[in-house]
Design a protein around this ligand. Structure first.
Ligand code: NI
Length: 250
């Protein structure tokens, strides 16, 4: 059995969530961490986790809303972090690829959410794009642990995050022909990795061009089992053990 530690499984992207979950189950993917990005999707996450078994919520505000979020949104987040089945704050972080003109606002939003995570002792799911040094510098100020979502850095950066207590979220990108992520990841023990799709984005090879779904965790797991030369059951066991190190779930 596998866990998708990062999917955007709500009506904004999927009309029929029951069908997506059924297809995932047929592929041995039986647990889903559903991630918010803004106020609207965070509210959707809370609805989904109330309705579907084996779904867990990661709620918070992505750097892309750094110029839009309100004090009330932060209050809302703080009110819901201890809700039943909410297991982390995310995805939060810095993105200098699309929105580099508001670095200070991004840092402010990021730190506001890290403060809440630290206060309530809840893990975080980190989005960092073209902002590695600032991300590391800010994370070092807080006593939190979590996942580096869609990790794509160097071996050196991987080892910095690992030393800080983070797991690396690995998804479809590792299967891309034009990505050298596999060369970095095979040098890192499996004990530092969790599986994620980021559905509906980043569909793995050979399904690129179609919407991603949690079922493709199996495709990613198969790729990793070949990369490490271990059985698929070992990938399942170790990645689920890794989840238990970070999250307060069975
Ligand atoms: Ni995402």
């Amino acid at each position: 059995m596998f866990t998708d530690t990062h999917c955007h499984l709500y009506n904004e992207y999927y009309e029929d969530i029951d069908e997506v979950i059924n297809r995932a189950k047929e592929n041995d993917v039986n647990r889903y961490f559903v991630v918010g990005c803004d106020r609207k999707s965070t509210e959707e996450v809370l609805k989904v986790i109330n309705k579907y078994p084996n779904t867990y919520g990661i709620i918070g505000y992505h750097p892309e809303v750094a110029l839009e979020y309100t004090k009330d949104d932060i209050k809302y987040l703080e009110e819901h972090v201890k809700d039943n089945k909410v297991i982390a704050i995310g995805e939060i972080g810095l993105d200098y690829h699309y929105t580099k003109d508001c670095k200070n606002e991004q840092k402010e939003l990021f730190e506001a959410q890290l403060s809440i995570a630290q206060k309530y002792n809840i893990p975080v799911c980190i989005h960092s794009r073209e902002a590695t040094q600032d991300t590391i510098d800010i994370l070092k100020k807080y006593n939190v642990k979590g996942i580096i979502h869609s990790f794509s850095g160097s071996l050196e950066v991987a080892n910095i995050y690992i030393k800080m207590g983070y797991k690396l979220g690995i998804g479809g990108v590792i299967t891309f022909k034009n990505s050298n992520l596999k060369d970095v990841i095979k040098q890192i023990p499996l004990e530092n990795i969790v599986l994620e799709t980021d559905a509906p984005y980043l569909t793995p090879h050979p399904y690129r061009g179609t919407p991603n779904e949690p079922k493709y965790i199996k495709t990613i797991a198969e790729f990793i089992s070949v990369l490490y030369g271990v059985k698929l059951s070992q990938v399942s066991k170790v990645t689920n053990d890794n989840i238990r190190e970070i999250f307060d779930i069975e």
